[in-house]
Design a protein around this ligand. Structure first.
Ligand code: ZN
Length: 330
């Protein structure tokens, strides 16, 4: 699993530029899927099993994209100005290394004046320094996209990397797909595009599948860190979180109850997610077409949307167990 996470996190896929990761995932799952397709938006969709009379059609979604940047213009001195792709917070990222899809490297900078006087500089005060001296010798142009440059770090029980949001979900879906034995349920594995810019891929994918149950497999914010008392008590290493509510969805109580019952029955450590600040593909699945019973499985994570997101491998293992139980018995 660690090896899979390392492979997946090193493939760059800013929102709207998911081609490379999609090709890699497709190659891994092709031999195991009963049916596979890529839709107009670029969602990778794979089916396993056929719905029996007493079975259900279940859609599992994990997003392939990661947060990033896109060049908006290059100024006369060669500094690339940028637009963000997803929750990139430049005020925390001055000095951070980034890598463009064409291999060019750069560093995030902030105008000197804004650094000294402005407590919350606007995005147009930041720039990417690629080492260019003028617009003419800039190695990047308008529309070029970049992601963090960050190596995978193995700390034993815990691992650190960029975009574990949501490559951990992608890894869980890949593992589930390759291991799932056919049962009464029809399972659709959807690797979605453009989640980080507002869950734009999951809706059309869900429309085409018309699931009865939709489950987003994504990350949530771990709070067992200094000075986070009084927050939603999700902890890194405390087990996967069963989604109850996030910024975009109130999970269907039947899904929450079914997952809770299965976690208790199989003695899987688990927690419950109620969070204000994040949304996932769950919302898009819930409100698309005639709607679906929707919930989510969330992996606790520290340093969300940074080059050094951290997860606990025990949580990943237990998420895989809970997911397998759900697909078997839901
Ligand atoms: Zn995510």
């Amino acid at each position: 699993m660690k090896q899979l996470l390392q492979t997946l996190t090193q493939i760059p896929a800013p929102s709207g530029r998911e081609d490379e990761i999609r090709a890699a995932i497709q190659k891994m799952i092709q031999p195991y899927a009963d049916e596979i397709r890529v839709d107009a938006l670029g969602n990778l969709i794979a089916r396993k099993g056929k719905k029996a009379k007493d079975g259900r059609r279940i859609l599992l979604a994990a997003h392939m994209d990661e947060i990033g940047l896109m060049v908006s213009h290059v100024d006369t001195d060669g500094f690339a100005r940028f637009s963000t792709l997803g929750g990139f917070r430049p005020h925390r990222r001055v000095g951070t290394r980034i890598r463009f899809l064409n291999g060019v490297m750069g560093v995030i900078g902030l105008e000197r004046e804004a650094e000294e006087k402005d407590r919350a500089p606007s995005l147009d005060r930041y720039f990417i320094d690629t080492g260019a001296n003028s617009a003419k010798d800039s190695p990047v142009k308008v529309g070029d996209a970049a992601v963090y440059d960050s190596l995978f770090l193995d700390l034993g029980d815990r691992v650190v990397s960029k975009c574990l949001d949501d490559r951990v979900g992608v890894a869980l879906l890949i593992e589930s797909l390759t291991r799932l034995k056919s049962g009464k349920n029809e399972v659709w594995y959807v690797f979605t595009v453009q989640e980080e810019v507002g869950a734009r891929g999951a809706g059309p994918a869900s429309y085409g599948i018309d699931p009865e149950i939709g489950l987003a497999v994504d990350v949530t914010v771990a709070n067992n860190m200094p000075n986070t008392r009084g927050r939603n008590p999700i902890s890194l290493g405390g087990g996967p979180a069963i989604k109850v509510k996030d910024a975009g969805v109130v999970a269907d109580p039947r899904i929450v109850q079914a997952m809770t019952r299965l976690a208790e029955k199989n003695r899987i450590p688990h927690q419950f997610e109620v969070i204000e600040s994040i949304g996932t593909d769950a919302r898009a699945m819930q409100v698309t077409g005639l709607g679906a019973q929707t919930g989510g499985l969330a992996i606790p994570l520290r340093n969300l949307h940074s080059p050094s997101e951290m997860i606990d491998m025990g949580d990943v293992k237990n998420a895989a167990r809970l997911l397998a139980a759900f697909l078997r018995e839901a």
